[in-house]
Structure formats: C-alpha cells, structure tokens
Design a protein around this ligand. Structure first.
Ligand SMILES: *Cc1c(COP(=O)(O)O)cnc(C)c1O
Length: 365
C-alpha cells in the first residue's frame, strides 16, 4: 500500500482518557473527568424531549442542507441562510475549510499553542504551517500579521484560545482585520463564545458585513452540552460559505443533531444558567490557585490553564492515580495543566487531588 506521503507521519488525535478505561485500569469506582471541556450539567431537558420526538424518523435521511435549523439560526444571528454552513462538529468545518482552500505550497498561520485540529488538517492538505508564539497566553495578532505573504491562505484565530482560555478584544481584532489582505481568509474559532463574560470580547457577527474574508466557527458541543451529536457551524460571507459547501458531504449532520440544535437554540435559559454556574466554578478554582500560590491564565471559557510548577505529565499521572483526569502535554507549557470547570463537587475533588499531588511532588524533589 502507498498512502499519500504527507500523511504518513501525521499523529492520530489523542482524546482525553475515557472514564471507563481509567476505572478498569486503576480499579477505581469513582473517576472525575475534567479533560474535554464538556458541559457538566448535560444538555437542556427540552432538548432531550426534541431528540425523543425524532426517534420515529431514523429510517429517513436528514435534510442535507439543514434548512430549518439554518433558517432559525440565521434569524437569531441576524444573517441570511446563505451565510451559514453546518458540520459534523465545527471540527468538520475546519477540515472543509482546509479542503476548499489549502493546496501544497500554500501557507497558513496559527498560534504556537492552540487547537490542534487546525494544524493536523493543514498538514493533510500539504500546506506549510507558521506558528506564532502566544504572548502571555494570548494571540499575538501583530505578530501573525507580520507572517502574512503572497502564499498565505488562512490565518486561524481561536478566540477564546484553547488551551489558554484567553481572548483578544474587539479593538485588537478590528485593527488586525483592517490590515489583513483580502486574499487571506481569517477563521475566528468561537467554540466557547457563550461562556465569555468580558465586555471587551468582539461582537464578531456584525463584522462580517465589513470583512468578506472572515469566517466564524461556533458549536453545540460546549455550552449546549451536545458534544455526542456532532453539530457545529460556520458563519461568513455567502461566497465563502458556498465554496465550503461545495466540498461538504451530502448528509454531514444527523436528524437527531439538527432537531436537538433547533431546540437548544430556543432554550437560552439553560445557556444562561450554565454560564453563571461556570463563572462561579472559575472563581472557586482561581481562589484556590491563589491560595496555593499557582499562576494561571485568565479564562473566559469552561476550562482554565494553571502552572503547577512541576512536570505536567507527572502531575497528570499523579492526578490520574487519584481518579481525576485532566489535560497535560502542551508543548509550549510543560508545567501547565488544563482543567475543565466541573460541578461544584467535581471542582472540590479536583482541588483536593491537586493539593495532594503538589505536596507529593514537592516532597519528591
Ligand atoms: C471543542 C472545540 C471545537 C470543536 O468542537 P466540535 O465538537 O467539533 O464542534 C472547535 N474549536 C475549539 C477551539 C474547541 O475547543
């Protein structure tokens, strides 16, 4: 067999460790997973009813264009249906954008510690990836601008950034967009949009009328609590969205996903509650980080990155042995872990395990 040469060394995506696997391997009855930025409050009860109502229709193909869902989302965002594309998670929209835009020899720009799916897809298409160092965990937009040349096709701005949880504000983003040449597509990934509380966060949708080279990504996987259903979307100019649609598979979202997303959009009370409880969780965690003398990046998301002062991989293993799964292995930040904000109880379990781990590590040094 002879695969495409450029895919041979691409690593397989490493997800957070599954709970059942950890329980089995370590013989634990209770395991707390705070590794994949899932919503600890599940999804809205009204959404579960909408899913149940769809169960009699599973023999029918979904509406490939997600027409009704698209119309409802368009109305709520104040854009037209032609400006929206749905995908199998926003992960798929990222893949479709690279499929539609990147060829071998093209260049693409992203932060040096950001969502890994941008790079893996750019690698698959054979584009050269330029990684611009974050500054204090924040996207360096002027630094990214300075990397743009005639071969640049896409700049990726993850806002808030995964894994640091930080944002660029509206003034910085507008200044950046004003200087990006029109031949360069800017992909603004707002997977955590609904969690943001900082008033300086960009109102990106109104910016679309000014910048035809802007595409915004959002998802139902995070605050809406529908990660299992794989449904996310892109919003941009009708011309760009049409190009992305041209490389989309015919039935890339499911009936259940579409039905759930429609109801989820209508149930904004659930979103509001989750945002509030998440902020309380962030405050609880940062309070303890300060008590423990640990520095962290200011988070506008449902996760937070904290400097343990020890090897993050060792901290990961030690936390795991205590039944708590978090994320480590961020090449740029070898002593930082990323933890998802859980329920109040899960956050307490995490802090207890972290404190024990730090005492153990400090004693071992
Ligand atoms: C979780 C996440 C996504 C996509 O999630 P989907 O489940 O594929 O919609 C996209 N971008 C970032 C930064 C994320 O953290």
């Amino acid at each position: 067999m002879k695969p495409k040469s450029r895919i041979v060394n691409i690593p397989v995506y490493q997800p957070g460790k599954p709970i059942e696997e950890v329980k089995r391997e370590l013989g634990l009855t209770e395991v707390t997973k705070l590794a994949s930025n899932e919503n600890p409050y599940g999804s809205a009860p009204s959404v579960q009813q909408a899913i149940a109502a769809e169960l009699t229709q599973l023999h029918l193909y979904p509406d490939g264009g997600a027409v009704e869902l698209t119309a409802e989302l368009a109305a709520s965002l104040g854009v037209t249906s032609e400006q929206i594309i749905f995908g199998c998670g926003s992960d798929e929209i990222i893949a479709l954008i690279t499929r539609a835009f990147l060829e071998p020899g093209d260049e693409t720009i992203m932060a040096d510690q950001t969502f890994s799916v941008y790079k893996s897809n750019a690698d698959i298409e054979g584009a050269a990836v330029h990684e611009v160092p974050l500054k204090d965990g924040v996207h360096d937009l002027p630094g990214m601008l300075a990397q743009i040349n005639d071969r640049t096709k896409i700049v990726w701005v993850c806002n808030p950034n995964n894994p640091t949880g930080t944002i660029v504000d509206e003034a910085e983003l507008v200044q950046f967009m004003d200087q990006v040449p029109s031949h360069v597509l800017v992909v603004l990934d707002e997977a955590y949009y609904e969690y943001v509380v900082d008033g300086a966060y960009p109102q990106s949708i109104p910016m679309l009328s000014k910048y035809p080279n802007l595409v915004i990504l959002r998802t139902f996987s995070k605050i809406y609590g529908l990660a299992a259903l794989r449904i996310g979307y892109g919003v941009g100019g009708a011309d760009v969205i049409k190009l992305i649609n041209q490389v989309r598979e015919p039935f890339n979202t499911s009936r259940i996903g579409q039905a759930a997303a429609r109801q989820a959009l209508r149930d904004q009370n659930f979103v509001q509650e989750c945002r509030t409880k998440n902020r309380e969780g962030i405050e609880y965690l940062t309070g303890h980080f300060e008590r423990l003398g640990l520095s962290y990046f200011p988070s506008q998301t449902n996760f937070i990155m904290v400097d343990t002062g020890h090897s993050a991989m060792e901290v990961f293993q030690s936390m795991l042995s205590r039944g708590v799964i978090i994320r480590a292995g961020h090449h740029k930040y070898p002593t930082y872990i990323r933890v998802t904000v859980g329920t109040a109880r899960e956050n307490e379990i995490f802090i207890r395990a972290l404190e024990e781990t730090l005492q153990e590590r400090t004693a071992a040094v």
